[in-house]
Design a binder for this molecule. Sequence first.
Ligand SMILES: Cc1ncc(COP(=O)(O)O)c(C=O)c1O
Length: 392
Amino acid sequence: MFSTRTAWPREPNALALAVARRHAAGLPLSDLTVSNPTICGLEYPVAALRDAIALGAAERYDPAPRGLRSAREAVSETYARAGVAVEPDDLFLTAGTSEAYAHVLAVLCDPGDEVLVPVPSYPLFDYLLRLAGVRPVAYPLRYDGAWQVDLAALRAAMTPRTRAAIVVSPHNPAGVYLAADELDALAGFCAERGLGLVVDEVFRDYPHGRESTVPPSAAANSRCLTFTLDGISKSLGLPHYKLGWIALSGPATARREAAGRLEIVTDTYLSAGTPVQAALPALFTIGARIRAAIQGRLRSSLAVLDAGTGGDSPLTVLRADAGWSAILRVPGMRTDEELAVALVERHGQLVHPGHFFDLPIAGSVVVSLLAEPAALARGLAALRDECADVSR
Ligand SMILES: Cc1ncc(COP(=O)(O)O)c(C=O)c1O
């Protein structure tokens, strides 16, 4: 009766079972995987947000496949402020960035086609691609003191069924930006082979260092057909407002064809809500305060990480440029899942085992930099204890 592409295994893994046992026993659990900015103790300008949405609540319904013009102009202005020209007509609003992926896949791929995806990665692509009937083909990111996209491996992974390459910049969880010369090389490859380039920039506003180190947005790329994805989930800390977008760029003929097709897909669903679209110009202003609060949290967390790792500590932090996560290398006496389970059971601390993201590094865990600094410090202490206990 059911489709094979939704036949995912649903049995809880050992970590999920340990978490469930801890909750059932009524014991506290400190969640160091938290990726929801609305629940990590940051102050939200609630009254201003309410006023902005109230504006939209008064709007009549005026269906627009690409999204309300006023909202697309507001997105275009944010690109312009970063020095990138994106016409409102090249923008398509969606109900979140995940949905933007689904629309791009619908435009580029038939069932059975392949798309190149980065590994390690946030475990979203397997679901999104399989739902579209598309086969994910992995290309690696490698770590040798810094993360890099292995462009040679990406090229080698191409087959006659490949339709597109996905890049996440900065990457989640590796935190590396695609450098300008890498983007250029990749765009040249995609142009030559007739592939679409999909660049996810949802964490772009969260560099760990200076803003001046952030490479230009892929939305400025005109060498190949490019779909730059972003949204307010991360950039404004508003995941519950469900608004993302696709910025189209590339050679005029391909861009026109892609726009025509995307318009039919977005018209089919008309899924971005009117109130949030109408509120978007105001949300960009209000959300800048939320973004600044998140950036402040990231700075505090990075300082806690600095103090709690390196030196005599058994923990080392992998170098990252940006994003909301940190990858920690821990002595590899056991699997990272066994370590994560022990942390839940013995210390009441929840971290992601590296294999959750297919990290190619034995003995790695991922923590969220959104966690409250005191909680992160306690988590690192527990991790150090746990590593010391095992090596004794
Ligand atoms: C890299 C990346 N892209 C896209 C998304 C999904 O964004 P949205 O909440 O707008 O669907 C996530 C969610 O965490 C993400 O990590």
